[in-house]
Ligand binder design. Sequence first.
Ligand SMILES: [Zn+2]
Length: 280
Amino acid sequence: MIHRQNKRINIFFGLALAAGMVCLVAGQTTAAETTATKSKVAPLKVLMVTGGSSHDYDNQKSILEKGIAARANIQWTIAHQGGKDRNQMIELFKSPDWAAKYDIVVHNQCFGGVTDVAFVERVAQAHYAGVPAVIIHCTVHSYRHAKTDAWRKVIGVSSFSHEKHRPLAVRNLQAKHPIMQGFPKVWNTPNGELYKIDKMWPNCKALATAFGEDTQKDHTCIWTNTIGKGKVFGTTIGHHNETMSTDVYLDLVTRGMLWACDKLDDSGKPKPGYGPPKTK
Ligand SMILES: [Zn+2]
């Protein structure tokens, strides 16, 4: 009887052990699946800085937010500060490590009245330290009267004024550059405000120009720049919402953003994991 009981107990333990192993294997499978889920590429952490005078930043914020999120694997943080006042030294830039948490900063702002050198140099410093940047339109005219070149060197161009409003014929100078693949040979914008480029800084490379009828010369309007450890994509196009809303514009800015983060391949497509949400 005792023997039999022991035998039953042995059988019981044998079954329990087998069941345990099945559980263990099942457990491993679950762990592997979890690891696979976790190994999906994390979205780029993108900070958009927007606000200031002369432009419809309420709507541009939304156009860029939705347009770029539909084209790349990103997670937005949006800092819309300064109201419509060109003289605001926005709260965000008062911290020295204002960009430290982000993979890239998209600047779409217009603070042309700010001249405080220490403030402007603090804005620039984040990019000298290696945080990539996308520079859009009036960001180029922000801080333009400050007696420091720090911000102009980040942007890659110096500009102090613009031509009259009219549609632009934007000429693609670098069709093989990853950022310009898919961009038309000539893009006729719905509307435009061409910035006069007075100087291109040494690391700045023009990707496209538009002819300025007021000045009777070509002005760079799409470019790349490097500063310190940081890569920069810039465009002076983007005054009008109707231009910013086009697929041509949103595709361009998305490619520029991915390029600045080293997430754009040679054919102008997002590197694996950095494409739009559905094809991650
Ligand atoms: Zn403008």
